[in-house]
Design a protein around this ligand. Structure first.
Ligand SMILES: O=C(O)Cc1cc(O)ccc1O
Ligand SMILES: [Fe+2]
Length: 430
């Protein structure tokens, strides 16, 4: 595996060139670009979005993106875009992991939608997909006009070729591909599996730190962006896109990965979850899981995210006189969880790496019966939670499972049973 180079710093104005002097100096759009390249701006936010949230990059490429054939409709019917019409039951739900493919399956073939909310056309809400793959996409490239893609790989390593360069992404890292960027995925060394949060809304950004100060949580320096890479390849390529919930294909007589240089703050990036600086209670009580927010997609209501991406990483637990696992709760926000490795502290059995759970708006949940009994009687010495990495996509809208998710045999029929045994202990005495 060749080691790739990256540029670091979340949301920096990165600049990179694959050929010397291919990036224009002092301006974005000179009359002629060196090497006779075309300049093309890529806008991820409205031109007039405030400076702090504005995202755009300039690319310098062999051909402008419009040098392509017309789009024709195609179908990938396992991939669903909101709004969808399947009624959402308020039940707690949990799924086993998607099995690994037994025949050659590329990323787009191995992807299936588990749930969705909001409305892609309104740029609000999200979808959750899971994917497996064991072969590359060949001469195919994909872009998603409906939203940004947050990948949470759970198994294996993939090489991701994008217009902005190449990234290698392994389980335990995350990858964000902004809306519209063309990419292709190749598994390296065996099959890959993971989760995707398709963010129809505002691009993910880092949460505020408030009184915590200038450092901590996910630090900007740990986010890695690719360096420019291009190929001058004139063989036929297929460009697939999802636009307004439907798939289309166009033919190209060249590779779409022809960006020789780029500058800007909108580009794919990756982040290793082990770099998260965990901040937690060192006195008493169990803080809300918002302390573990890696990235947030804000909505127009301050503090009420379109999506929060939250992780539950290895950490010390030291709180005194405290019920240390998650509390029992009902939440206006809807919670979709996955497990990357190990076990999750609220669920010792049945929530498997690669599995998923869903606790929707106001649906009660919390530790299973065994965890309650153990934690209520545990000796409260400092304890290191190891071999664990769960995550949550938390959203302001009800996360509605798809027809596939409701009917697949992967859905556990007995999930509710893990709370059996939470009987009344009250007998009137203190
Ligand atoms: O439901 C869950 O397991 C996620 C969660 C964890 C936690 O520590 C507090 C609240 C919460 O929703
Ligand atoms: Fe919860």
């Amino acid at each position: 595996m060749t080691k790739l180079l990256y540029q670091t710093g979340f949301n920096n104005e990165h600049e990179t060139e694959a050929l010397p002097d291919s990036l224009p100096k002092g301006q974005f759009s000179p009359q002629k670009v060196n090497y006779q390249l075309y300049a093309e701006q890529f806008s991820s936010t409205a031109f007039t979005a405030p400076r702090a949230s504005n995202r755009r990059s300039w690319t310098y490429r062999l051909r402008p993106s419009i040098a392509m054939g017309d789009f024709q409709p195609i179908s990938f019917d396992k991939i669903v875009t909101a709004p969808h019409s399947t009624p959402c039951p308020p039940n707690v739900m949990r799924w086993n992991p998607l099995p690994l493919p037994t025949t050659d399956t590329h990323f787009l073939e191995g992807m299936v939608t588990i749930a969705a909310n909001g409305d892609a056309q309104q740029h609000a809400g999200m979808a959750v997909h899971v994917y497996t793959a064991n072969v590359g996409m060949g001469n195919m490239a994909f872009y998603n006009a409906d939203g940004e893609l947050l990948f949470v790989p759970q198994l294996g390593t993939m090489e991701v070729v994008t217009e902005f360069g190449k990234l290698q992404v392994a389980a335990g890292e995350i990858l964000v591909i902004p809306r519209g960027i063309k990419f292709a995925i190749t598994p390296i060394d065996g099959p890959i599996r993971g989760y995707i949060c398709e963010n129809y809304g505002t691009p993910f950004t880092l949460p505020e730190r408030g009184p915590v100060g200038a450092n901590g949580y996910a630090n900007q320096r740990d986010f890695k962006y690719p360096v420019a890479w291009f190929e001058d390849n004139e063989s036929a390529h297929r460009l697939i896109c999802k636009f307004s919930g439907h798939f289309y294909e166009a033919t190209l007589d060249h590779s779409p990965f022809d960006v020789v240089a780029w500058v800007g703050n909108s580009a794919p990036y990756k982040y290793a979850l082990r770099d998260f600086n965990v901040i937690n209670s060192v006195s008493y009580d169990h803080p809300d899981p918002s302390i573990f927010t890696v990235l947030t997609s804000p909505s127009e209501h301050e503090g009420t995210a379109n999506i929060d991406f939250v992780i539950f990483p290895p950490r010390w637990m030291v709180a005194e006189n405290t019920f240390r696992p998650p509390y029992y709760h009902r939440n206006v926000m809807s919670e979709f969880m996955g497990l990357i490795e190990g076990t999750y502290d609220a669920k010792e059995e049945g929530f498997l790496p690669g599995g998923m759970s869903l606790h929707n708006c106001m649906t009660p949940h919390g530790p299973e019966a065994q965890v309650f009994n153990n934690a209520s009687n545990a000796s409260l010495t400092p304890q290191k939670y190891e071999n664990t990495m769960a995550f949550m996509f938390e959203s302001r809208f009800v996360i509605a499972p798809t027809e596939f998710a409701l009917s697949t045999p992967l859905k556990q029929k007995d999930y509710l049973r893990c709370w059996d045994g939470l009987t009344k202990h009250f007998d009137g005495s203190k």
